[in-house]
Design a protein around this ligand. Sequence first.
Ligand code: AMP
Length: 496
Amino acid sequence: MRGRMGCLSAHERLNHLTQFADLGLAKPLLKALAEKGYKEPTPIQAQAIPVVLQGKDLLGIAQTGTGKTAAFALPILQRLAENRMPAPRRGFRCLVLSPTRELATQIAENFKAYAVHMGLSVHTIYGGVKYGPQMKALAGGIDVLVATPGRLMDHMAEKSASVSGVEIFVLDEADQMLDLGFVVPIRKIAAQMSKNRQNLFFSATMPTEIGKLAGELLKDPVQVSVAPQATTVERIDQRVLFIEAQRKRPLLAELFADSNFSRTIVFTRTKRGADRVAKYLNAAGIEAASIHGDKTQGQRERALAAFKAGEMRALVATDIAARGIDVNDVSHVINYELPNVPEAYVHRIGRTARKGKDGIAISFCADDERNLLKDIQKATRQTIPSFDRRNDKQLAAAAAVADKLVPAEKYVDPRKADPRNDVPSELRRKRPRNRNGGQGANGGGGRNEGGQKAQGRGPGQGKGPGQGRKPGGPQNEFRGPKRQAAPAAKSWSPID
Ligand code: AMP
């Protein structure tokens, strides 16, 4: 927390001195917060909690890591507890929509921890898992439901869920919802809710379409915003290692020879690249797993749990997969490949140095990544200390051994790589639209991280709820229409 103070306005600093008890939170919540070890509210909490407790609509501009989940979860729980009533059958008193399964799980875990002394029920609903247990949980009614839009729409279509009794509606990470094609499903879900509800809307950025959605859903909202986490950059010890592209793997193994690399996230540009790096690390005796949008829910959960439990030293991730991952004490972030946009660099290295701690970020830079490095240094207004590891004979010999362990990946020139690969929307918004053969930033037929295959359907051509999708069937996530029609499959880059 301390590290964030540097970027706060005077108003925010004042708020920062507030105690949870000053915000009007009830005893069971204060007890839970003390048990969690939270000492003081974060700026978004200090600003948002009183507003939500008053029943007002809220527009929060904040990203993961700012404490935004507690900013809405705490006052929601209090409001539900103050006006206790049975949840409607197949319904829920509070609905939180989350773009990804990981975030949904994390939000629900937070709610459960805060509600521990309150006797309120909290459940999650998302795709990629069986319908039966979800239907059973829904049947009796739930106080707080955290859901991804696709699976919720499936349940609504099957009449196993109804949103008509929702008293408080939260839309989290709205900008990512837009990227995953969820804006139309959100409108459909909202249309079935009672108008007489409280709405909370959170987004890290405010693209036009999200601003429009906020305008439709919110009534006289109070707007609160906090500085993005970009300032964590200052607390992170950053280094660049210049290295030949084909010698990155032995260099990675060399780093892991240091036991201080105890909980390290390695970033690659592509999903396939993540798999190969993880495979290589395992072959080299370093426990690792990859996490990206092509992995099943079970695989993702197992990898994350093992990483959190310290059973695995390395998690190899793509940009979107790393979103919402809230792992404490990440010792190092390694950029095995530099991202195509500088904002993604800031986002990646921010996985370490969380909660006021320090962290180390090491970036490999091959010759053809120099321009990417230049962009990053310009955007973050810093010169990152660099070390030249090129022409290292030991690494050259180790590279030959590495190639035998796991055959090297076909090299992809970063300038030719598809820039959309696993880079979240707001991190690529500054790209010229016609780069990469005229494709818009969101076009393409690759898989996105919600686990959905992007469809070549234009707006209005998406399937309606329930159409062609049977519970338990192979397509168990809603595939909402994308903002732009996707290009023909043959134009998709083979690297992804
Ligand atoms: P969020 O932005 O909601 O993803 O929260 C980021 C992390 O900060 C989570 O691990 C929370 O448990 C933690 N957190 C939230 N509020 C506080 C607080 N007031 N004091 C300490 N940690 C917090």
